[in-house]
Design a protein around this ligand. Structure first.
Ligand SMILES: Cc1cc2nc3c(=O)[nH]c(=O)nc-3n(C[C@H](O)[C@H](O)[C@H](O)COP(=O)(O)OP(=O)(O)OC[C@H]3O[C@@H](n4cnc5c(N)ncnc54)[C@H](O)[C@@H]3O)c2cc1C
Length: 409
């Protein structure tokens, strides 16, 4: 089949490569004039890394990543609440990969340009609408100069991100993304490794939190590129969400000035940032439908979610896998898109809802509510098995089960 993919982000490029790999003729239309290594750190959970591995991209990705070893939660005093091994260290066949979003998009983009064929990955083409009829779908694209292109295909896959034009076309009354009451300042710093050099840590609680993980192997000087995010509860977001908006440390650093844990110097990390970006915590309510005849939504266009649990990119890649599976199982493409939606819409809606309740970071909030000034022993704060159950519930919900999975309560 001929497939148009609108959006050359993580989900769109993964879908394009997976569709091409199963024999479809795919063209990607990306609104940005050129693909730049934008963003900061991102995580590929093992099931998503496996999908990209099956597309032959594992070596290229792992050369630019850290295979995350563990995830540890601390309170704001640096007292350990809960920790778990990750990726291969937790028994998965594929590691969890932490890397720069630009590196991930670059690997996907280069592979798409090489595999899809000449003229099949086009920048400066913004999806502006579509029509269906006669067993085809016709998409309208505009460039920055206002020139218009009409392109016809069997299917239109809309992976055009959190401000999806396709979604707005289907649901014109939906309005902007929903603000979750917190601002995230995200950055990268070159710094000495902390803990194992492959540890991800989250400290604090819902309204004041610091997330840190390395995203590159150590360089010749021993330093790693370390990704971090400082979250603060702020009643109102004054600015529209923009992934590239620069942030000012004066807006958040004073609140983290005494976050020095011996093994991690939060203010030092922030002060040595290469760049800082500001992004509000936003998502959208789950939709009743993604698929309409020969078009459907994928990734953030379909299910933008809070970043707790590191699921944004991974769920977009799982969408791509499910889409290809559905097309292989159903001769009728309209039925295939309905089957894709039936598998992925409820699964991702459950993650959106869980992330609104802090997802796997629930343990931080509970620890804060029960022991706001810290604790002597974590056993005094949580009942036996309570922490394991929180982590296990979220793993099952996000499709990330592994051999040693404890029972879910
Ligand atoms: C610039 C940028 C920086 C980001 N930085 C981070 C980060 O540091 N950490 C993190 O966890 N997540 C980041 N994200 C979000 C993350 O990539 C997504 O949450 C996740 O990977 C799901 O991918 P997606 O392909 O659905 O969306 P995205 O990766 O957001 O990709 C959507 C793509 O669609 C394009 N597009 C938008 N409108 C149209 C249109 N009308 N027609 C055609 N194309 C269109 C966009 O330019 C973009 O390339 C960033 C996203 C962007 C766009």
């Amino acid at each position: 089949m001929q497939v148009i993919v609108a959006g050359g982000g993580i989900g769109g490029l993964a879908a394009a490569l997976a569709l091409h790999g199963s024999g479809h003729e795919v063209t990607v239309f990306e609104a940005a004039p050129t693909i730049l290594p934008l963003g900061v750190g991102i995580n590929l959970l093992p099931h998503a890394a496996e999908v990209l591995g099956e597309l032959g991209l594992f070596d290229a990705l792992s050369a630019q990543s850290v295979a995350t070893r563990e995830l540890i939660y601390f309170n704001r005093f640096g007292q350990r609440i809960w920790g778990e091994p990750r990726g291969r260290f937790a028994g998965h066949a594929t590691p969890q990969l932490s890397l720069h979003r630009g590196a991930l998009q670059g690997v996907l983009f280069d592979a798409a340009v090489e595999r899809l064929g000449t003229g099949r990955v086009l920048c400066d083409r913004r999806l502006a609408g579509h029509e269906q009829g006669g067993g085809r779908v016709e998409a309208l694209f505009l460039d920055r100069a206002g020139a218009a292109w009409k392109v016809s295909a069997d299917l239109l896959i809309c992976a055009d991100g959190i401000h999806s034009a396709a979604r707005a076309g289907l649901y014109p009354d939906e309005g902007p993304p929903i603000y979750g009451g917190r601002i995230l300042w995200r950055g990268t710093s070159l710094a000495a490794p902390f803990l194992t050099g492959a540890s991800m840590i989250i400290a604090g609680h819902q309204d004041q939190k610091f997330v840190v993980y390395p995203i590159s192997p150590p360089g010749p000087d021993g330093r790693q590129r370390i990704n971090w995010a400082a979250d603060l509860a702020i009643a109102r977001s004054l600015r529209r969400e923009d992934w590239n908006r620069r942030g000012d440390p004066a807006d958040f650093l004073p609140r983290f000035e005494d976050w020095r844990f011996g093994w991690l110097d939060v203010p030092g990390l922030v002060r040595s940032a290469e760049a800082i970006y500001e992004f509000p915590l936003v998502d959208r309510d789950p939709l009743p439908r993604w698929s309409h005849g020969r078009m459907t939504l994928l990734g953030d266009a379909a299910h933008p979610m809070y970043p707790n649990g590191s699921n944004g990119a991974s769920q977009a890649i799982l969408d791509a896998q499910a889409l290809v599976r559905a097309l292989a199982a159903h001769a009728d493409p309209v039925e295939a898109l309905a089957a894709y939606e039936a598998e992925r819409l409820p699964a991702t809606a459950a993650i959106v809802a869980a992330n609104r309740r802090n997802g796997p970071e629930q343990c931080l909030q509970i620890a804060y509510e029960r022991a706001p000034n810290g604790f002597d022993r974590i056993e005094d704060v949580f009942a036996p098995g309570e922490l394991e159950a929180i982590a296990a519930r979220y793993r099952v919900l996000t499709g990330l089960k592994h051999a040693s999975e404890p029972p879910v309560r």
